[in-house]
Every structure is written in C-alpha cells, then in structure tokens.
Design a protein around this ligand. Sequence first.
Ligand code: FE2
Length: 300
Amino acid sequence: MPRVIELIDEDAASLAEACDGLAAVGVDFDDPERLDNAARWLRRLGNNKQFLGDLLIAALAQRHREDVLDSSYGPQVVMLAPPNGNFFIRANLWPSTDEHMLRASGGTSFVYGLPHDHNFSFLTLGYFGPGYWSDYYEYDYGEVVGARDEPVPSLRFVERSRLEEGKLMLYRAHRDVHAQHPADSLSVSLNIMHTTGAQGWLDQYRFDLDKRQIGAIVSGGPSEALMRIAVGLGGDQALDLAERFAHHHPSDRMRLACWDALAGMATDAASRDAVWQRAELSGSRLVAAEALARRCELFA
Ligand SMILES: [Fe+2]
C-alpha cells in the first residue's frame, strides 16, 4: 500500500511558499532528499487551515464565469498550482453518501469503487474531514502487458484504511492499487503530483478484483484518437504513419490504437481478420493478446 510518511513539522506555509519550496529543489520521489522536501512542504501547506477556503471563496466570487478548460479534471479536483517544472498541486473533494452531489451523480463520478493504479507517483495528505476509505492492493507491473482480462497473479490485498486528517502518504506509480469508497463525511485531500514527459505514454489500469485481472487501460491520450480520425479520413500519409507506428511506436497502447484504426478500415470480416493476423505477429505482447481477442470476437 502507499508508504505512510511520518513527518512532524508544526510550521504552516502559504501556497506560494510551498510552490517556491518545491521548485527550489525540484520534485523527485525516488530521491530521498527531494521526497523529504516535498513531504515537508505538503505538511506545512496542510497545517495552513485557511488557504483552501480563502481560495475557493475567491474563485466563487471572481471567476464563476470562467471556463475551466485547462485541465482534464472534473469539479471534484481543484487545481491549486498548475504544472510547473515537474510537479503540480491539487486538492480533491471527497463527498460522503450524505452529499447531494454524490446521490445525484453517483459514485463513479467521484472514482468511487473503481480499482485502479496510477501512472504517476504522488504525495497525498488528509487535509479536512475523516478521509476517503480505500481498499489497498499491490501488484507487479512488470508481469502484465495491459491486455483486457489479462490475469494479474501478483495482485494482493493489503488493507482497508482511510486517509485521515494529517495522514501523509506516497502513492507509488505502477505498484499501489486502490478502490476508494466514500468518506464518512465530506473530506479534502491535498496532492503533490510528480510529472514526467513520458507519463502520458505510461499506462494506468483498471482492475477486476474478483477475477484478479486487468480490466482495461484507462489512460488513453489524444494521440490515439487523432490517429483513428486520420486513418478514418483515409489519407495515404495517415495510413502509412499508422502502419509504421503499429510496428515501431514505443507505446504498445499507441501500436494497438493504430491496428484498431487499420482494422476499422477493413470492409469485411475476412479482411479485418487479416489485419489482426498481421498484428499478432507485429512484435508487441499487448497487441498480440488483443489481436487474438479481436479475432475470436470476429468469429464468435
Ligand atoms: Fe487513485
């Protein structure tokens, strides 16, 4: 499960001070000194019980007509410090079952009950309220390729616990899995997210806990959609690029998207099967597994 960090620091920091303190040495959770620095600034920011309320009131008063289009997050997430160097800071709101928004929108709108890992490491701190509940698991990222229904023998339950106020934890990318459940009453957590240039190409999975299988890759990016559109429009260059990416792109997810796009252009089941036969032999374990499944579906 995420590593609990015992760090006592009574100082309180403003958001600007925390950002400056993080930027001064950079964020890298694999480096013990930078991890300690980031944890310390998150602790200090968490000790400041005024800043988030002030920020939310100011946003409501002054920015209510602005479109919030600069992140892919929904209203559950408040971006506190946008991506800057290799980190950003956010606050997450965790409604309880007593909250109207949860009853109206359902738990899936708040990622409740969705077992998942993360394709990034991040620090989290219980800031307000009793904290969301989580069932924590761990698995070995290296043993899977990310195909749907792929067995994950290493997936194992660790414990159920909640992110109580003041609890500070490091979620480890591609290792910690959790299924979250509603907080007992409205809660807020603060996160420092570590970002890297490669992150968009690293996969995040949804899991089927009962079957101990991969559910699906949930971290699709815009490049896959653009490829599908370009191939669908039928241009020679798009088809050529899809063929090359299908065989050589560093991301298996992108390779699969290319094969999907190419198969989508086939006009009948036999020619679609021919595309997936080529895909099976293209040198990617993910593509081979998905190609086999697609072929089975074709003739089911
Ligand atoms: Fe999560």
